[in-house]
Design a binder for this molecule. Sequence first.
Ligand SMILES: Cc1cc2nc3c(=O)[nH]c(=O)nc-3n(C[C@H](O)[C@H](O)[C@H](O)COP(=O)(O)OP(=O)(O)OC[C@H]3O[C@@H](n4cnc5c(N)ncnc54)[C@H](O)[C@@H]3O)c2cc1C
Length: 474
Amino acid sequence: MHSDPNRRRFLKNAAYAGGGVLLGAAGFNQVSPWVWREGVAFEPNHSFWARSQAPRNPPLAGDLQVDVAVLGGGFTGLSAAYFIRSVSPQKSVAVLEAQGCGSGASGRNGAMLLTMTADRYMNFSSAPAMDKQIYDLTVENIRWLSSLSAATSIDCELETHGALQVLENAAQVKEAKEYVRQARALGMPVEFWDQPRIIETIGTQAYQGGFFDPHGGQIHPMKLVQVFKTAAERAGARIYENTMVESVEEGREHVLRTGDGHTIKAKSLVLASNAFSSRLGFFRNSILPVREYVAVTRPLSEQELIEIGWRRRVPFNDDRTEVFYLGLTQDRRIHIGGGTPMYSFNNATPGAGAASVHVSQLQHELARIYPRLAGMDFETSWDGVVDWSLDESPSVGSTGRHRNIFYGLGYSGHGVNLTSVFGRIIADLEAGCEAAWNRYPFVNARLDYVPNEPFRWLAAQSAVAWYQLTDSRG
Ligand SMILES: Cc1cc2nc3c(=O)[nH]c(=O)nc-3n(C[C@H](O)[C@H](O)[C@H](O)COP(=O)(O)OP(=O)(O)OC[C@H]3O[C@@H](n4cnc5c(N)ncnc54)[C@H](O)[C@@H]3O)c2cc1C
């Protein structure tokens, strides 16, 4: 199905804009990573979710030799470690995390638990039968997350009351109706909701309709990190936190060096460093690391929720290019994220002023959706870096001269569920069992080219300008 001018097209246009400039400057594009080196630095996670971060494990205190080194302790890395130990119990697995597990996107996100991949969400590809298979795969994974949570006895507040994508205008309503018609014909139980149903469910009159997926839901992201950390350790993986990898020397046996001067030798490397991968020189030309902001209110009383009309605990996101997403915590706080995405030159940390602009945008949007909440301050806010691929398609596979680097990335803001599907695939690929997965389009998918600086920065800026233009035109 063809969708409105949206984020997907926006990012493509940005790439083309950057690419146009690039043609005249191809040589400079090649050398620029050596001119502007990205720093390997990490910002502490001050999110609301981080209040539930488990105590950190001690850092690596000496050199190490393992079968598999997993670089990154987010959903991808922890689930891959769990699955590798389950598939290949004879292999030693060590997870190396720069800060605490969940310090990256996994502990900072918008908590929406979604089916599908970002590029196929409410959007048929040219292979609808495959879209259905991916839908089933991701629905099944949500069930599995629930059983893993039960097995670890950690309540990650997983709720599957469905997820809603709200629609702003008549064109989106028309497309959603057509998508739902085709999807239901394929056996996907998604629904189109008209405006009265939206008002009855989430209270707001800001939207004209919605696309409802009964298999979606929401989760407490950091508690899900705890589930994976516990499961991986119980399966026999060792997890080292406050252990930053500063360099990777690729080979039949990789050599990783930490900031503390320790060396890890490993036959396989799982690169689960997501939007931070380019800092180690990986996937620089596949991923645009974009920053998004999230904020949370104080707990609302039951009466306040009744007054705004959010009657069912269904999280929702809109379908604009500058997408916003909202959900409810278990103690009835509203969290809202999204708005204008931000990219700082050379993937650097933005200055302090950036946050206030983005947080007031979130405040303004919350008041637009729920006018009764106008003027309500946020209790806290934070940012996180999203690993955008230019067409929002993810990729999981193996790379490197010896095909012994395994990775999953390009989730494009749609990774809470998909990351552990990819963790499972990584374990099978690492064990040499590719057959079950090769038919999926995301396995070893080549991601569109992202230029180096300064073209990357130019592309990102032109993309943001284009977002704002298309949204203002409705
Ligand atoms: C603001 C925001 C909102 C989002 N909202 C949603 C949503 O509502 N629903 C949804 O489905 N998805 C959402 N996402 C996307 C989702 O959170 C991610 O796709 C997912 O968490 C990616 O997990 P990961 O493990 O691959 O990466 P990460 O969680 O980023 O983990 C990477 C880890 O690697 C570590 N690391 C990196 N480099 C090194 C190094 N050199 N040495 C050691 N450790 C290193 C980092 O510290 C980090 O912990 C959102 C993302 C963001 C940022």
